[in-house]
Design a protein around this ligand. Structure first.
Ligand SMILES: [Zn+2]
Ligand SMILES: [Zn+2]
Length: 115
């Protein structure tokens, strides 16, 4: 009985270990990616574009009023048949002023030393 319990614990431990190594591997990947960009003198956030896509409107520049994930799915469903009910009005994104992009927070730091 003790052996069985030990095996169960070992199995659980390996499962956690595998999960942990998967998670840490992706962290290491992103760390290396940001390190490579930095070593190239590029902004690690935007790759020197000075802009990042607006997180509020996903770079579209406008958001559907009162939209949520479910209503977007319903809209897509009806739009695919070309017989859409009157869609919710699009309103300009207030976060990016309907530009679809916002200034990169890393690049917009005035004290950043450019070498
Ligand atoms: Zn926006
Ligand atoms: Zn940047």
């Amino acid at each position: 009985m003790e052996n069985l319990t030990a095996n169960e614990i070992a199995g659980f431990g390996i499962g956690v270990l595998l999960l942990y190594s998967t998670v840490s591997a992706s962290k290491v990947d992103s760390f290396i990616a940001s390190f490579q960009r930095r070593s190239l003198g590029m902004c690690k956030r935007c790759g020197d574009l000075k802009m990042i896509a607006c997180s509020n409107c996903k770079g579209v520049g406008s958001v559907r009023k009162g939209s949520n994930y479910f209503s977007n799915m319903v809209d897509d469903f009806f739009e695919s048949f070309g017989d859409a009910p009157k869609p919710a009005p699009m309103v300009p994104c207030t976060k990016c002023l309907s530009k679809g992009r916002t200034a990169c927070p890393e690049c917009s730091i005035a004290t950043r030393v450019i070498q």
